[in-house]
Design a binder for this molecule. Structure first.
Ligand code: CP
Length: 292
């Protein structure tokens, strides 16, 4: 693995290696990287979790982190992403974590620039480290993904998380189902009635309603959405005893999920965030070790 831009480029064995290395870091193993590396996190779309989690992972790996502020960069003067990356290559950056609103932005970079490119999210396309931390969280919970029924609910067509998880979870043996309003179905086959699929789900993975990608169109009030597709207190009562609740976050309280359920016993939402640090350590270390 030389870069990580989408889940599709990872073999099942590579995903399992990342899970094992994630667990090792989670259990307290230290990094064995031999060289000093310089890394920068280029976030052209807002982020709290992914950006801070990458920075924590990089610091735990003893990498040097150079701050990059997209809002004060020369991209505002028209410098392209490719030229920005060439600048950072020229001054000696080894690893660039990039989030960008353009789907597949990485195609103009991978194989053409020297720094490692790790995708922190591209438009509605891919979010591979979110997918890996979701997979790790399910694996941590159940010890396997084989035959687990994972129901992904919400704004599917705008979700890079759904897209990244769909293929990877299926390859690992899980049964993945989607639930959403017909308007947000995109290329996926989906159930339109959430209540049909609650009882036999092992995981309910709720997705954020991404208002910023809806071009100002509103098809539901918050209350209407919550009643039709949200995880309400009534729906939680129908969940299987051992089933868990996940959400990549940020979450809209009382829209995708009742506020009382955000930190309930079934919720793994903050566990997902904790796990993200160790997953990102594992990804960065595996790529850099390949270079040593
Ligand atoms: N889950 C996720 O990608 O969150 P951020 O947008 O805060 O990074």
């Amino acid at each position: 693995m030389k870069n990580l831009v989408s889940m599709k480029e990872l073999s099942t064995d590579q995903i399992l290696s990342i899970l094992n290395q994630t667990k090792a870091f989670h259990d307290g193993t230290s990094s064995t990287l031999r060289n000093n590396y310089m890394v920068s996190n280029l976030f052209f779309e807002p982020s709290t979790r992914t950006k801070m989690s990458f920075e924590m992972a990089e610091r735990k790996l003893n990498l040097e982190v150079l701050p990059f502020d997209a809002g004060f960069s020369s991209t505002l003067k028209g410098e392209t992403l490719y030229d920005t990356v060439k600048v950072l290559e020229s001054i000696g950056l080894d690893v660039l974590v990039i989030r960008h609103e353009q789907n597949n932005y990485f195609e103009e970079l991978v194989g053409k620039v020297k720094p490692v490119i790790i995708n922190g999210g591209d438009g509605t396309g891919n979010h591979p480290t979110q997918s890996l931390l979701d997979i790790y969280t399910i694996w941590q919970e159940f010890g396997t993904l084989q035959n687990k029924v994972i129901t992904i609910v919400g704004d599917i067509s705008h979700s890079r998380v759904a897209r990244s998880n769909a293929d990877a979870l299926t390859r690992l043996g899980a049964q993945v189902r989607f639930v959403c309003p017909p308007e947000w179905q995109g290329e996926f086959e989906a159930f339109n009635n959430f209540d049909e699929v609650i009882e036999d789900s092992d995981v309910l993975m709720m997705l954020r309603v991404q208002h910023e990608r809806h071009d100002g169109k509103t098809i539901f009030s918050k209350e209407q959405y919550h009643q039709a597709y949200g995880l309400t207190l009534e729906r939680e009562k129908k969940m299987n005893k051992s089933a868990i609740i996940m959400h990549p976050a940020p979450f809209n309280r009382d829209v995708e999920i009742a506020t009382e359920l955000v930190e309930c016993n079934r919720s793994r939402i903050f566990k997902q965030m904790e796990n993200g640090v160790f997953v990102r350590m594992a990804v960065i270390e595996m790529i850099l070790k390949g270079r040593e």
